[in-house]
Write a protein that binds this ligand. Structure first.
Ligand code: SAH
Length: 193
């Protein structure tokens, strides 16, 4: 990509996952352009470059169990499934979740699971997670996600205030949360039930 993505695992995952399989047929010819595309239900598959930045910020080595909140098409779950041991994705819109799970099954990902639900509550039954990625913009950090983060783990989340979204990285170190900003971003809103 030549735009600051140097993590080999991340680059390899992008090379392996066919984005065209995650967009509706009428958008397939645009699947390898670097922008978001509609996936139905008023939602979008995220911009690949932003996804690459987020994945790189997770600092994954390969043996992690991770969570994505806002699984949408399942594209990011597939990328994560290439990189780490086990992936759980939560999506609040059932139709999207069903399609995403079906795509992942067809593509042969046995380490990726999608569940329907409110991701602001995390997924207590599978916690703790070594890293958590939120693919929708939150007004504040959901407490449940901090609680479900393993020691040494990272939460990558777009935070919105005054109509500006900033990609934020929160690291859990010795029980403390260390927050850092990683630049502006644009995501659909995270909707709390
Ligand atoms: N990562 C997705 C991007 C989907 S857009 C992809 O690669 O396609 C963000 C998604 O977050 C939308 O599908 C939206 O329905 C979902 N979402 C918003 N609030 C949510 C919540 N509280 N819990 C789970 N999913 C949520």
């Amino acid at each position: 990509m030549g735009r600051g993505i140097y993590d080999k695992k991340v680059l390899e995952a992008f090379a392996k996952v066919p984005r065209e399989e995650f967009v509706p047929p009428e958008y397939k010819h645009l699947a390898y352009e670097d922008y978001p595309l509609p996936i139905g239900a008023g939602q979008t598959i995220s911009q690949p470059y932003m996804v690459a930045i987020m994945l790189q910020e997770m600092h994954l080595k390969g043996d992690e169990k991770v969570l994505e909140v806002g699984a949408g098409s399942g594209y990011v779950v597939a990328l994560l499934a290439q990189i780490c041991r086990e992936v759980w994705g939560i999506e609040r819109i059932e139709s999207l979740a069903i399609q995403a799970q079906e795509r992942l099954r067809k593509l042969g990902y046995t380490n990726a699971h999608i569940v329907v639900g409110d991701g602001t509550k995390g997924l207590p039954s599978e916690a703790p997670f070594d890293a958590i990625l939120v693919s929708a913009a939150a007004k504040k950090v959901p407490q449940a996600l901090l609680e479900q983060l393993a020691e040494g783990g990272r939460l990558v989340i777009p935070l919105e205030s005054n109509y500006v979204q900033i990609l934020t990285i929160i690291e859990k170190k010795k029980g403390k949360f260390i927050e850092r900003e990683a630049g502006p971003c644009i995501f659909v809103p995270l909707i709390e039930e």
